[in-house]
Design a protein around this ligand. Structure first.
Ligand SMILES: [Fe+2]
Length: 379
């Protein structure tokens, strides 16, 4: 057996732990350090969290960057870098969903390098981007959704919607210094956001588990992620139950630790065109093919299936597929491509534009004809 493992982000988890932010900033950047705070556009203001954070840190030493749209283009971190440099900040704090955290991580690292986000991004037509040669500014990442897992990962997703390409930055230098996971921050999620963010991390756990990159550490964590979501996601989405929300916050962070080491693959590969061509929300876009690719990959990981069935609380593959599809449906997500507006004439677009570079780690190789047949059966 051979595997590698890296998880350098310090995790501070617990209800109310946002109160520890000032002390954590001091630990990573020293007393009185100037802070660059990155958030999404609206929800943080509406929830009152932003005022609490500014009061706690001392507003006079904080520069706020809140111009982060969903599916940020590479121009967004470039704008953030300019604002970050102008602010003279020594640490970056991200409070928000995956987009805010990804932009914050990107800006903190790009700020110590020359060049734009595009020059450093990995994509279908940029397999060898410019390397990051130095550490960036320290990042403290506090998620307000439970599923992007960006608070513990060395990745940042960027979207070139006009050119219909998904890009990402990927380097161990992107690991945040601290993941500050306060489940209370995720209580503001509506049912749809709770569903799409949760299904993102839930799907990543399966992809990470069946991957050829998987090892004993990622397996143990992914099984726990799958067990947590299978037990709590529905109540988190439908009832906003406090304990269920906390379980999903934990699952999301644990999923990121695992998939930083054994990466999401085929469901994420297909999600790129679903998002870029049809505007499908990320968690929905990865989740819709999860049952189908579980069916595809299961025969190649036969020795790992009994543990997976235990985590899901089922007895065999048919029940597992049923369990996963049922969970998605009860959380309000589509389980067929047809439900997302995709018809028979769109299958070629999916096959053509899926991120084939992400499928090399599949335990059962997937060809274009296989993908075509899977998508047709899922219409
Ligand atoms: Fe994802």
């Amino acid at each position: 057996m051979t595997f590698t493992w890296s998880s350098p982000t310090r995790i501070v988890f617990g209800e109310g732990s946002l109160a520890r932010l000032p002390a954590l900033v001091e630990e990573v950047a020293g007393p009185g350090a100037r802070i660059f705070l990155v958030t999404g556009r609206k929800s943080l203001k509406a929830s009152g969290i932003r005022e609490r954070v500014l009061d706690g840190l001392g507003a006079s030493r904080v520069s706020v960057f809140d111009d982060v749209p969903p599916f940020p283009s590479p121009d967004v971190p470039d704008r953030a870098v300019a604002a970050l440099r102008a602010s003279g900040a020594e640490a970056v704090v991200a409070i928000g969903g995956g987009s805010a955290m990804d932009v914050a991580k990107s800006a903190a690292l790009l700020a110590t390098h020359e060049g734009s986000a595009r020059e450093f991004a990995v994509g279908p037509s940029a397999p060898r981007p410019k390397p990051f040669e130095r550490p960036g500014l320290p990042v403290i990442a506090a998620p307000t959704t439970s599923g992007s897992s960006s608070e513990v990962t060395p990745f940042a997703a960027l979207w070139d919607v006009e050119a219909r390409r998904s890009l990402h930055l990927a380097t161990p230098r992107l690991f945040p210094a601290v993941a500050l996971v306060d489940p209370e921050l995720a209580l503001g999620m509506g049912p749809e956001l709770a569903a799409v963010s949760g299904v993102d991390a839930f799907t990543s756990a399966f992809e990470s588990y069946w991957s050829r990159e998987a090892g004993p550490l990622s397996d143990a964590l992914n099984l726990e992620v799958i067990r947590l979501y299978a037990s709590h996601l529905e109540r988190s989405c439908l009832e906003a139950d406090r304990a269920a929300r906390a379980a999903c916050a934990l699952a999301a962070t644990v999923s990121g630790i695992a998939y930083s080491n054994s990466r999401p693959n085929v469901c994420h590969a297909v999600s790129s065109p679903l998002t870029l061509f049809w505007g499908v929300a990320h968690g929905q876009a990865v989740g819709v093919t999860l049952p189908a690719f579980l069916l595809w990959n299961a025969p190649a990981i036969a020795d790992k299936l009994p543990a997976l069935w235990r985590a899901l609380g089922v007895g065999d593959l048919d029940q597992a597929v049923e369990r996963v599809s049922g969970l998605l449906a009860r959380c309000g997500l589509a389980t067929r491509l047809g439900g997302l507006g995709i018809g028979a004439g769109d299958v070629e677009t999916l096959v053509e534009h899926m991120r084939w570079d992400r499928t090399a780690v599949l335990p059962r190789p997937l060809g274009r004809d296989d993908a075509r047949a899977i998508f047709r059966a899922l219409l």
